[in-house]
Structures are given as structure tokens and as C-alpha cells.
Design a protein around this ligand. Sequence first.
Ligand code: OGA
Ligand code: ZN
Ligand code: ZN
Length: 391
Amino acid sequence: MLATPSPETRAEQVDMHELAPYVDAPRLRDARSGADGVVLTWEDGTEARLPWLWLRDHCACTACRHPQTRERLVLPRATVAPASEMHLTDGHLQLTWPDGHESRFDGGWLHQRRPGQAAASPLPAPRPWDDAYRLERIRHADFTGSATGERAWLEALIRDGLVLLEEGPLADEEVSRLATRIGPLRATNFGARFDVQSKPNPNNAAYTAIGLALHTDLPNWQHPPAIQLLYCLENDAEGGESLFADGYQVAETLRREDPEAFRLLSETPIDFRFQDEEQDIAICAPILACNADGRVVEVRFNNWIRDTLRLPAEVIEPWYRAYHRFWTLLHEPRHQLDLSLRPGDMIAFDNRRVLHGRAAFDPNTGRRHLQGTYLDRDMLESRLRVLARQP
Ligand code: OGA
Ligand code: ZN
Ligand code: ZN
């Protein structure tokens, strides 16, 4: 069966119940069917074969996709008979199945989703810091006043794991207002919103005036919060400079310079634990987690809440050596970014990638007050996809 294309240009798109744009694609020129599916050819010469099963499963009619929720209603089958009729109309594919069911597919939508094609994504790839890395700075007014500013902030955070917002108002809860533009605040045992200042009965090293060596927050959680926002309201005490290091970059340095240490930290789960009167939150996980391609995707590093090291006796000393090596690399000046937060600044970072810390401050010389919250990375990515719907 060979469908004849109609000569005129694509009139309008087929509603695939899809909010991301799919118009901007070459026109579908040719469709040939066989026992194992349809071979499609677009104007730019791209060719793809789509099995009948796939086509039936992706029917976008209102019986197969809910018209309001856009969710799939059709169940996949184990086999499906080839369509009994096929037409190519205005660059779109139209199929009639043996049971009479009709499916229409937008040619641009099919082009975006053809096999072997990576999903189109507006999300930048994470880029480990290198010598050329510079902290991206965005003005508060640009973030709140324009989609371009907000996009630049989201992109920098996903790409570099760190971004600075500057010149914001000195307003209580501004951090929550900014965060909720992106998504719901991610609550933890320290609350949905926390104040970092020295407190009388601290339950956490951050609530004292002591220096904080580089760490990630809450590695004792199964899913540590990904995005941390720290909004500076006051910072006139002596000291208290912020420190950052890219866990992805330093893990790669470790892999290069000390592969055995890298192997131990990435393959050996250790215990992390926080305990107070109400909570006992614990997990056993490695310091460095790699994905199936061997790329480091998550860093858990917080010396305060490391629990008892329960390892076979012969692994204990090699593990400490590896841990110490990673610690030393993290704190080397070549890996470290120092920054003095000014009132009205908000630093945001990927807490599962970029480690943060601060120099000690002297509470007798002035006040230091940050307000913080967390967001899930899902919300960041979602916001960027939504903003990218408008070109
Ligand atoms: C924290 C923290 C850093 C700072 O609250 O987890 O690390 O600059 N604070 O006080
Ligand atoms: Zn259908
Ligand atoms: Zn912290």
C-alpha cells in the first residue's frame, strides 16, 4: 500500500493532545506500508519505520487520549493487524484499522518521535566546571520581569549547578515567593523554609557561627532535596563567605588522579544519619553514584551526619584514605569558588551535585541571616519546558 501525498502545503496540524510545539519539522512526503509497519519519508530525506503496534498505541483520538488530561487511555496490545487503509493528507498520516477505528498522526509529531531520534529537549546538559567556568549572575528584576531572565536562570542552574540572583529586595520570605514561581517548596525535617542564623539551641551545624566545610545537605535522605535556594537578608558580620565546589568536576579529577579511590567511593555504600528527639533519618548509600554509562550523577557528602562506618575491617583504611583524598581535592583552590553574598543576593545550587560551605563568622561584629528553601529538580525542568513552549 502506497499513500499518495496531496500536493498543497501542510494546512493545519493534527491535534496530538500535546502542548510542546511540533509544527516546525519537514513535511511528511511518503508513507509505504508493509507487514511489519509503515516506512515514512519526510521532505528532508529522513526515513523511519514505525511498527503497527506502535502506531495503534499512539493513536491520539479522544477515545485513546483523554482530551482534557492528555493522558493515554488505550492499552497496548501484544499484536495488531496492519491498517486496512492508509492516506497521506496535507502531510499527515491517516490510518483505518481492521475494526474500523481511525487514527490521525501529525507528520511533524511523527518526525520528532521517529525511532533513533533523541527526545527534543530544551534542557541543557550538565556541564562540569572547568578553568573557563564563570558564575552566571542574573538580576532579580530580569528573573521576575521576563521569561528570558527566568529561562537564563533555569538554564544556568541545570547546566552549571550554580547561579546567582542579584539586587533583590530585602524582604522577608522573598525566597519563598521566588521558589513558588518554579514549584512547591520541598519540605524536610528542617521545615519547608528555614532561617540560617546562629541560634541558641542549634540542632544543625549551619545554625551556629562555625565555619562549614564543603558538604551536601541531607544526604541521609533517600531523595535529598536537589535544588537549594539561599537568600541573603543580612551579612555584615565579619567572615561568613560562601564556598562552592562542583562535585561532578572534582569526582572526575579523583577518577583521573586516583582511580582506586574513585572506585571505593562510588562502589561502597556507607551510613548517613540525622537524629534528634523526633527524628532518626538514615540511609546507606555511596558518596558518588554513577548512572549506567558510568557518569557521576549524584554526590552525598556531609561529614557531620556520617554515621558509624560499618565496613569489613580490610576496607576501612582504604575507604578513609579515599574519603580524605576526595575531601582534599574538594577544598583545593583550583576547585573552589568563593563568594561573599550581599543582602538581596540569592544563590541557588544543585544540592546533589554542587557542594556548599561557608567560612566562620563572628556574631559579635554584626548580623548574618539567610533564608533558605529547597525545590525538586523535576519542578525546575518542568518550568523550563513550559517556558520553552513559546519560542
Ligand atoms: C546550610 C548551609 C550555608 C551558609 O544551611 O545548610 O550550609 O552560608 N548554610 O550559612
Ligand atoms: Zn484512537
Ligand atoms: Zn548546608
